[in-house]
Design a protein around this ligand. Structure first.
Ligand SMILES: Cc1cc2nc3c(=O)[nH]c(=O)nc-3n(C[C@H](O)[C@H](O)[C@H](O)COP(=O)(O)OP(=O)(O)OC[C@H]3O[C@@H](n4cnc5c(N)ncnc54)[C@H](O)[C@@H]3O)c2cc1C
Length: 444
């Protein structure tokens, strides 16, 4: 799924806008240097929009698409900024004023160099998803510092127009937008809009802990399939983590999230949560449940959470929907009883439980065979990314269009394939080392 078209239009227009003024400045100047300056401007525009997306402000999802998709745009904008800054640095952009370079311009030049190198390191850490999350998170907060250096470089470097000309004012506003967005994302969390909730009830559902939250003021309004960022400062867990709301929205604003033991944080949270603990809830975000008509839902493990909420809102005449729910065994399945009850109640909702320890993993071919034709159907998937890839490849071969394949991966930080490259190099090196050792042994 790609970010929203409006997002691409905003990015395209914002990046092309300087071209309204730049051609008029070519006469008597070095066109290559001017083009290099334009590349530098696009880098600043990309960084500013990227900072804007990171704020998660109201309206960001409407313009750029649901958060997981807009974060993908955020990543590609970062990569563009890096590539454009690199080219700008390589292709001579010097346009000196009549009195030569001023001291301020010299300082701005140095700021630009530091900005480029800093950006290079941080963007590489971002796309190299094998770098541990917490190290990435810690380093990523400095990206705004390099944006500030780049903006300073742009504002005070020699250029063929002034900061008070139309182009200068446009670029100054872009810099200001990026700075405000960065200041907001770096500010203490208490300045960000969030709603207060309290843990009302805890219940183990298979492997997952279902946490019911009751509002302590105005509740959030969400649709089934959406997620929130939740933090529990009382438990020493004040970093917000994303969790899907696993129950259909209810009138008194109660929320339910279901936490699976996925890693360090979730295991710690599951063991520390108690009734009466306060929670901060930011959101809602996402737009997973927008498909209508005939649908196939595929959930793996804790990936059942959005479907549990969506099944709870089913109305007569909707669908038909078949939910494939893949778990190790039925004792470990979350929300199985409530899904079975919904299936018993609604003719248009069929539940297919797949116990992988009994029947092995479900394959895309089985789903396709049982569905017959995929024509007119939407497929929604939530679970590990490896299964998403094989599922999508086979579905595409059977004629499903990308528009009809929707997924939620429980991952916000996505790479650009460097993990596979890293694994490939590592495997090759290990094999080469093993071969060398065997050769040595046979020689000896
Ligand atoms: C949109 C979305 C919906 C989700 N819904 C659910 C749900 O319903 N139930 C559920 O159990 N889990 C859900 N998750 C996953 C859950 O948020 C992560 O597992 C959790 O944030 C990291 O916890 P961990 O125990 O895996 O921690 P760790 O072992 O510390 O981290 C493992 C990985 O999780 C990611 N991660 C760590 N911290 C964060 C953070 N603050 N924000 C984003 N990613 C982080 C990183 O990629 C990291 O490498 C969802 C994730 C997303 C993105």
């Amino acid at each position: 799924m790609a970010p929203r078209l409006s997002g691409f239009i905003i990015v395209g227009v914002a990046m092309l806008l300087p071209l309204m003024w730049l051609p008029g400045l070519i006469t008597g100047r070095n066109a290559v240097a001017l083009f290099s300056q334009y590349l530098g401007m696009t880098a600043i525009i990309a960084m500013a929009i990227s900072q804007l997306i990171a704020t998660r402000w109201w309206g960001v999802e409407r313009l750029f698409g649901p958060l997981d998709q807009s974060y993908r745009l955020h990543k590609w904008l970062g990569l563009w900024a890096l590539a454009a800054t690199f080219l700008h640095d390589t292709v001579d952009a010097d346009i000196e004023g009549p009195d030569g370079r001023t001291v301020l311009a010299e300082i701005a030049e140095t700021a630009g160099e530091i900005g480029l190198n800093g950006l290079l390191i941080l963007v590489l850490i971002t796309v190299a998803t094998f770098v541990p999350y917490h190290l990435w998170k810690w380093t990523h907060r400095f990206i705004g510092v390099f944006f500030i250096l780049s903006a300073f470089h742009y504002l005070f470097i020699e250029k063929p127009f002034s900061n008070t000309d139309a182009l200068g004012l446009y670029m100054a506003s872009v810099c200001m937008l990026g700075l405000i967005a960065y200041a907001y994302t770096s500010a203490p969390r208490r300045f960000r809009p969030a709603r207060r909730y309290r843990v009302e009830h805890l219940e183990q559902h298979g492997d997952a802990l279902a946490v019911s939250l009751v509002p302590q003021g105005r509740p959030i309004r969400h649709r089934a399939g959406q997620f929130c960022f939740v933090s529990f400062a009382d438990l020493g867990l004040s970093e917000p983590h994303p969790f899907t709301l696993s129950a259909a929205p209810d009138d008194d604003g109660r929320l339910r999230m279901s936490i699976g033991p996925l890693g360090d944080y979730t295991i710690r949270l599951m063991s520390r949560l108690k009734v009466g603990v306060d929670a901060r809830v930011e959101g809602p975000f996402g737009d997973f449940s927008k498909a209508r008509g005939e649908q196939i839902w595929v959930a793996a493990g804790i990936g059942i959470t959005p479907f549990a909420a969506m099944a709870g809102t089913l109305k007569a005449g909707e669908g038909p929907i078949t939910l494939y729910y893949s778990v190790k065994d039925r004792r470990r399945a979350a929300h199985l009883e409530e899904l079975e009850a919904i299936a018993a109640q609604h003719q248009n909702f069929q539940l297919v439980l797949r116990e992988t320890t009994v029947d092995g993993r479900i394959t895309p071919s089985e789903i396709i065979d049982q569905a017959g034709s995929l024509k007119g159907k939407h497929v929604l998937y939530c679970g590990p990314s490896a299964f998403r890839k094989t599922l999508w490849e086979e579905l595409r071969e059977h004629g499903l269009s990308a528009r009809r394949f929707h997924y939620e991966l429980f991952e916000i930080r996505t790479g650009i394939g460097l993990d596979s490259l890293f694994n490939f190099i590592l495997n090759r090196s290990l094999k080469a080392a093993q071969a060398a050792r065997e050769n040595q042994r046979s020689d000896g």
